[in-house]
Design a protein around this ligand. Structure first.
Ligand SMILES: C[S@@+](CC[C@H](N)C(=O)[O-])C[C@H]1O[C@@H](n2cnc3c(N)ncnc32)[C@H](O)[C@@H]1O
Length: 319
């Protein structure tokens, strides 16, 4: 049995101060990853999905809020090997990513969505399929990740998706208050990768966590400038460090009191105990997914007609 490092133990103690038993369960789920974790798929095709050929969990085993075009699969299914995946009819997601993405559900009929940290494309596709916005600008600042993002979006044949590769500060300057929803699925220390059996050295190191938190607050801040009055800012990570989650939101709110974290009623049983405001956590020792954090914030003001989007942002449609 592998031993947790001191940094892991310290973080577990901060996450579960009242239960040594839960600290041990949490650490165990990272050190001895479950052999088979349930996965999920988004039915991305514009046509009605044919669900034959996939081992889908029966409806009675699913959360009642699960949108129609998302399915949870039996743990043994290898989505990447199916023809449905090859053809772009389905896109695989970790179950935890579905839970965190589902914090977008209170956003109704957005006209425009910006996905600020988009590659490889899961949250863009979730928003496109479930919220059915007028258009999505799917942005990935790291140039070499743009190819996989475009490939994944294009394969689905979904309309109204446009890619970009701009720094969040550039997007904020060319498209202030132009979107009803900005998605920030932030780069993070990725501690939940351990629960999938993926090595991630240094992910508990304070310097790594601090560096990520600083970058996350900057991305949140620039993304918030793109949100129109009355619009929404969605935040998620796949890590457990408080500094990158509740802590990043707290620091963001200190300088942006025009935003308020709002309740996501269907996630109430996942509410974080580590913040005064509404935010939600999924843990790998409690749920079937590998873990994550999410928070949905609303910007003050009345929703009005959106100012025009600069031509440059819709130069690169995926189909
Ligand atoms: C967690 S991943 C996004 C996953 C994606 N949303 C999905 O659901 O498939 C975070 C992304 O942020 C990008 N990123 C890294 N540094 C960034 C920065 N300074 N500003 C914006 N995005 C950044 C990474 O390249 C990575 O693609």
């Amino acid at each position: 049995m592998p031993e947790p490092t001191n940094l892991m133990r310290k973080q577990a103690a901060r996450l579960f101060p009242d239960s040594e038993e839960e600290q041990a369960q949490f650490l165990n789920s990272l050190l001895v990853p479950a052999k088979e974790r349930q996965s999920a798929v988004i039915w991305t095709s514009a046509d009605a999905p044919t669900k034959d050929g996939l081992d889908i969990l029966p409806e009675k085993d699913l959360p009642s809020w699960l949108p129609e075009r998302i399915s949870f699969l039996a743990p043994q299914v290898r989505v990447g090997k199916t023809s449905l995946f090859e053809s772009g009819a389905i896109y695989p997601m970790d179950v935890s990513s579905i839970f965190t993405a589902s914090a977008m559900l209170p956003v109704k009929a957005p006209r425009r969505v910006l996905d600020m940290c988009a590659a490889p494309g899961g949250k863009t596709l979730f928003a496109s399929v479930v919220l059915v916005p007028g258009l999505v600008v799917s942005n990935e600042v790291i140039g070499k990740r743009l190819g996989i993002l475009r490939h994944n979006l294009k394969k689905t044949g979904r309309p109204n998706l446009y890619t970009q590769s701009l720094d969040p500060a550039e997007l904020a300057s060319v498209a202030p208050e132009r979107f009803d929803l900005a998605i920030v699925d932030a780069p993070c220390s990725g501690q939940s990768l351990l629960a999938k059996g993926i090595d991630n050295p240094g992910c508990f190191h304070p310097n790594i966590i601090k560096g990520n938190a600083k970058r996350q607050i900057r991305i949140l801040s620039k993304s918030s400038e793109c949100v129109a009055p009355g619009g929404y800012l969605f935040y998620s990570t796949c890590t457990f460090a408080r500094q990158e989650n509740e802590g990043a939101i707290e620091k963001f709110l200190k300088k942006h009191d025009d935003f308020t974290p709002i309740e996501v009623p269907h996630l109430s049983e996942f509410e974080s105990e580590l913040s005064e405001f509404r935010s939600y956590r999924i843990y790998p020792h409690r749920e079937t997914g590998s873990g994550g954090f999410t928070c949905l914030l609303k910007k003050n003001g009345e929703s009005k007609d959106l100012p025009e989007l600069p031509e440059a942002l819709v130069q690169y449609p995926t189909i």
